[in-house]
Design a protein around this ligand. Sequence first.
Ligand code: VG1
Ligand code: CO
Length: 543
Amino acid sequence: MTVRTVATSPIDGQQPGTSGLRRKTRVFMQPGYLENFVQSLFDAIGGLTGKTLVLGGDGRFFNREAAQTILKMAAANGAARVIAGCGGLLSTPAASAVIRARGADGGIILSASHNPGGLEADFGVKYNIASGGPALEGVTEAIHARTLAISEYRILDAPDVDLDRQGTTKLGAMAVEVIDPVADWLALIETLFDMDAIRGLFESGFRMRFDALHAVTGPYATAILEGRLGAPAGTVVNATPLPDFGGGHPDPNPAHARALMEEMFSAEAPDFGAAADGDGDRNMILGRGVYVTPSDSLAVLAANAALAPGYRGGLAGVARSMPTSRAVDRVAARLGIPCHETPTGWKYFGNLLDAGKATLCGEESFGTGSNHVREKDGLWAVLMWLNILAVRREPVAEILRAHWAEHGRDYYSRHDYEGVEAGRAQALIEGLRARLPELPGTQAAGLTVSAADDFRYVDPVDGSVAEHQGIRILFGDDARAVFRLSGTGTEGATLRVYLERFEPDPARHGLDPQAALARVIAAAGEIAGIRRHMGRDAPDVRT
Ligand code: VG1
Ligand code: CO
């Protein structure tokens, strides 16, 4: 087996976004595209000599081919060992768990997460550091800089590794260890929850539906829910990971997990419903006839965390991304613990978790997790809910109603305008940014702007600064609109408008969120000129 050094030249646009480099699958399949990025990554982290890497992905189209290429490149770059999930699979939280459990130097996750998969859809590559968390901007910028200067990559001329058989083999001088993708994660997750209590809940006749959306969580959910916890067979549906996710959008939200929504709002609805995304880090939580927004879910989990053995000692603090509703802030205030506000993207929670400043974290985009790994973890959230339900033995709707009665309700909705021409989306944001100083005092739809800014984050641990993380417009203490552009799309731009309003009065906690938010929606539209800039009357997706 010989190391081949291949001459190459820089490819424009290999800049990682909110969560890794995501592009059309066909772009990733162009000769040299993946190779350039991976060699740049290896170069930017100081080479691979003697290092151990974890490798896995969500099973989407091109996952296997990309894994083989990366294995051969890692061998050619002097890595000591690559620990790969069997079949090339590892959910994002499992990859984080394996990196930490094995003391690896880092890991590569092949996924475009909730984006569709297939030859005509999306692919992605994400690099995680030794803590198990996504690389921060310092690293991703160094990788990008390297992609603009690269002149050669190294790859071993060797036959493919058999990724379907567990055990250790050699690829040149490098060890390739193929592991059960579920085992390390499962061993960790079991220590956090009262497994007997959840088992007892299922024994009592409690019914649940988990929709894996033909993505990576199928094997994980089946192992823990139907295997360890005794949920009846068939509790987990769409459990086989498919390269194109069955043609669907592996995004656990009311718009894309339609079948689950319909079942949970039907006459025969089970007690509890949940879904996860392509790479298993997102979750959606439902009860019979009720949908729990991710922001409320985070707040409920924080308020009830002590019911789970892993969090019995209390929470050091909580953290949420800036556009996530302030429901968890109210819980933190009640518990007397700090609440941190970070930019969008899980990577910003890493330092807070490492420093012991936060125990639970969450994002409005269906992401929740804790300090057990350094990624959001869809099934972790599902198990937290199950643990709470096993102890409280109340319906989800009742838990939510009681939570709002105690803390008030933060009505919340996100409006996405997808596939917008990049210039138009940029113009809307620039327009708002330019008017920030003059916005306070402005009236729109009967609301008055009390403050407006461009979110800037200073990491309390290492002092790093992230600028331009979203335009915030506050309407007094109770209402808010936030505007930002997506950093995970692969086509055009996506404008996200996050809307919320606090309602303290329990008599008004049963409204339709779109109706409860009508004035905030109108004011946000008026102030930003959404219709004029977007050239459309309504958002494409409301969650
Ligand atoms: C979106 C979400 C963000 C999340 C990111 C990755 O980013 O808004 O909260 O961290 O996806 O999630 P953006 O830039 O498109 O708004 V995952 O499950 O995709 O990797
Ligand atoms: Co994801």
